[in-house]
Write a protein that binds this ligand. Structure first.
Ligand SMILES: [Mn+2]
Length: 365
């Protein structure tokens, strides 16, 4: 597995590239042009600028997250063709810069949903929290007001320009069924997958977070079965998934290790994180350690190891610990701890497979 770390760019992240450099085994930066709204073409010059900054610090930029999809594409409006053409040009520009994987999602309106970004745990750390009953009792406008408008940092998927049009968006989705969304996704993929394939890029859709409908908005990428359907829409290696253990793990029925084994060839990018799921469907993001949450992190890493996974991995989110001030879920410390936990599992599996290292053997250990 190739370890990567999400970074929001110069002047837009509390974490520096110099700090990331000191986390063992991180080879690349997961990045995006966060200043561009969904639907804009990503200019090659802007892409090359990020490449230069990252490469100067010894990192590759092979994974982009996300190139967001304009709502007109998801809604299947006539204007979608214009945005799809721009999307193709962005793919081409990213290909020229050496990008190999583009993570994206196809969730209407909200990329992800939580009810509290700083829920305090018994040990004094805070983390992102989802309260199921609250989502069913609050209207989306109130939730946006509580979450997005009180943020120090812009959160991906919660950009002000997107949320400004919330009323119009909800109206637009009123008659859009899950099946409509599937057919709009198919239309999009049929157009862009040939371009991605030609550019040596794998598209990797991120599962819906949480993996069920919210505020009456349909959701598709929620289960192993639906991931199978997605992969069959355009049956090509460039049509893949970002397997996010935290998103899919919110539904305990999801067999994530089973998905890894079933779709190994089509997972270019893995998000690994743990959450604790409660019986009432609430969940809180926890440390990566298996005992702290409900997700079988050891089983997941083992499944990747067994299938010979050579794709990219990132620790996804972290808690806020040691008084760190950071973008919710994206501090340095807990994500670095997560990486070391993942390496710990991976290295022990490697050792088991290959036997003790030559150095240890020569010492007769
Ligand atoms: Mn994720």
């Amino acid at each position: 597995m190739k370890m990567v770390f999400r970074w929001y760019g110069e002047g837009n992240d509390t974490v520096t590239l110099e700090q990331i450099k000191q986390i063992p085994g991180v080879e690349g930066i997961v990045w995006a042009l966060h200043h561009l709204p969904a639907g804009e073409e990503w200019p090659l010059e802007d892409i090359m600028e990020v490449k230069q900054v990252c490469e100067r610090n010894g990192f590759h930029i092979e994974v982009v997250e996300s190139v967001n999809i304009h709502e007109d594409i998801k809604l299947g409006l006539p204007t979608r063709d214009l945005y799809i053409e721009r999307y193709k040009r962005t793919i081409e520009n990213l290909g020229k810069a050496g990008v190999k994987v583009i993570c994206y999602n196809f969730m209407p309106v909200f990329d992800w949903l939580r009810t509290d970004l700083y829920k305090e745990a018994a040990d004094g750390s805070t983390a992102l929290f989802y309260e199921h009953a609250k989502v069913h009792h609050i209207n989306p406008f109130e939730l946006v007001d509580q979450i997005a408008n009180n943020l120090e940092y812009t959160m991906p998927g919660w950009e002000p320009e997107r949320l400004e049009h919330l009323t119009r968006l909800f109206e637009a989705y009123q008659n859009v069924t899950e099946e409509d969304l599937w057919s709009n996704l198919q239309y999009f993929l049929e157009q862009i997958i040939p371009t991605a394939a030609r550019c040596g890029i794998k598209m990797a859709i991120h599962p819906d977070d949480p993996p069920w409908p919210v505020f009456g908005l349909p959701r598709m990428i929620t289960s192993g079965e639906n991931i199978g359907r997605l992969l069959r829409l355009v049956d090509h290696p460039s049509n893949g998934i970002t397997l996010c253990s935290g998103s899919l793990g919110a539904n305990p029925k999801n067999d994530i290790t089973g998905m890894i084994k079933a779709y190994a060839e089509r997972i270019p990018f893995a998000h690994i994180r743990n959450i604790k799921v409660y019986e009432n469907r609430d969940f809180i993001e926890t440390s990566h350690r298996m005992a702290d949450g409900s997700v079988d992190i050891c089983g997941i890493v083992k499944a990747y190891h067994e299938t010979g996974f050579s794709g990219y991995v990132r620790p996804d989110h972290g808690r806020h610990i040691w008084d760190e001030k950071c973008r919710p879920g994206y501090g340095l410390y807990d994500r670095a701890l997560g990486i070391m936990y993942l390496w710990g599992i991976w290295d022990s599996l490697e050792r088991e497979k290959r036997g003790a290292s030559p150095c240890l053997k020569s010492m007769n250990i």
